[in-house]
Design a protein around this ligand. Structure first.
Ligand SMILES: *Cc1c(COP(=O)(O)O)cnc(C)c1O
Length: 391
């Protein structure tokens, strides 16, 4: 089956006598036992729920894994994976991770006696150098957020295997539609399902996907022990969203590339980060390991003042954290999603703007950006020629 077909051709209600076409929401906390000695598949929804099972199998299949687990947030999913480690262990983490992940590592994991080193994982030599005898895990995002640094997944997976380390990839940025790290050798994939998987800014959820029975057992144990699983209703909302994942992401990526090409040529934009542009560092590696370029574009202008003006002048881009939604969003990561990140990590320019592209018409988005850019620089017409010449 081709991937778009796979998204809608699946059994929505295994074992259900009514053969519903939409997965029923099993809004129950408990399940009756057949007898004292006979347990059914389900007993308590913290441990397992039929609606959640359909959603978990769906996401496992999408990521080319064997087992999927859904959590009440992306952070909860990440915390569960980090729960595989014990006091004395060490993690190598990418130096441009999601702010919340960095906060979890620095404020919570260290309290449990787990140490970490931030490494620019685009350089494999730097990863090797950071390996200690107690290193157990490499945790990365590629493309990273918001600087869109590209790590070679196949090579890093070989290194991890060689050193007997778990390779964990937070694949939120691209979604399983555009990249499948398990197929490239990663051991664990994580998602903030709040982003592309849900896609409508209406669900907070997280996912963990593995391809190894032993790891699956450990994750299931932590999910149950810590009580962090997703509710039946939110699981149902996710199933509903996943059916259109391909349509949404393909469309968003197409619009994003058009907008990125426009921004790249614009004299007011000093720097643009988007893996779809041929000059983007790691563009060729990304093309080898991913099926799409994502729908987030980061841009840097000449000053914080200009960036702030652009943000207040756009009309179609909602000022909001997050990405992967149907409608386009704009944010200033340093003051928003990444504010929890200390200054000593990979520095994000204060005036970096992050655009999350939705499914709107590209012409409308470009027209909106054009008017916002023109209005945002008082000296725009005087300096335009100088900037064009400098580009
Ligand atoms: C949003 C995000 C998270 C956190 O997920 P929540 O659902 O907000 O808890 C983790 N990683 C990345 C890359 C994210 O973008």
């Amino acid at each position: 089956m081709k991937r778009l077909t796979e998204l809608v051709q699946f059994d929505p209600c295994p074992g259900d006598i009514h053969r519903a076409n939409s997965t029923p929401i099993y809004q129950t906390a408990t399940f009756a036992q057949e007898s004292l000695d006979h347990f059914g598949q389900y007993d308590y929804s913290r441990s397992g729920n039929p609606t959640r099972t359909v959603a978990e199998n769906f996401i496992a299949k999408l990521e080319r894994g064997t087992h999927g687990f859904l959590f009440n947030s992306g952070m909860s999913a990440i915390n569960t994976v980090l729960g595989l480690l014990k006091a004395g262990d060490h993690i190598i983490a990418g130096d441009d991770l999601y702010g919340g992940t960095h906060r979890l590592l620095s404020e919570r994991l260290t309290q449990r006696g787990i140490t970490f080193t931030l490494v620019d994982t685009t350089h494999l030599a730097a990863v090797l150098e950071a390996c200690q005898t107690n290193t157990r895990m490499i945790f990365i995002e590629t493309p990273s957020n918001p600087l869109q640094k590209i790590t070679d997944l196949t090579k890093l997976a070989l290194l991890a295997q060689h050193k007997n380390l778990l390779l964990v990839v937070d694949n939120t940025f691209l979604s399983p539609w555009s990249q499948n790290p398990l197929s490239l050798g990663a051991d664990i994939v994580i998602h903030s399902a709040t982003k592309h998987l849900a896609g409508h800014s209406d669900v907070t959820a997280g996912a963990v996907i593995v391809k190894d029975e032993g790891l699956a057992k450990k994750i299931a144990f932590i999910q149950n022990a810590e009580g962090s699983a997703l509710t039946p209703f939110e699981s149902w909302l996710l199933i509903r969203s996943l059916k259109t994942l391909g349509l949404r992401v393909e469309r968003q990526e197409r619009v994003a590339l058009t907008v990125a090409n426009y921004l790249e040529a614009h004299p007011l934009i000093k720097k643009i980060y988007y893996p779809g542009l041929s000059h983007h560092p790691g563009h060729d590696i990304h093309k080898k390991q991913a099926k799409g370029f994502g729908s987030v574009i980061s841009i840097v202008t000449e000053s914080l003042d200009i960036s702030r003006k652009i943000i207040s002048n756009v009309k179609l881009f909602t000022l909001s954290v997050s990405f992967g939604s149907l409608n386009s969003l704009i944010s200033l990561p340093c003051q928003m999603s990444h504010a929890s990140k200390p200054q000593n990590t990979e520095s994000i320019p204060q005036h970096l703007i992050r655009l999350s592209i939705g499914i709107e018409d590209a012409d409308d988005l470009i027209q909106d950006l054009e008017q916002a850019l023109n209005k945002s620089d008082n000296n725009f017409w005087e300096t335009r020629e100088r900037r064009v010449a400098a580009k």
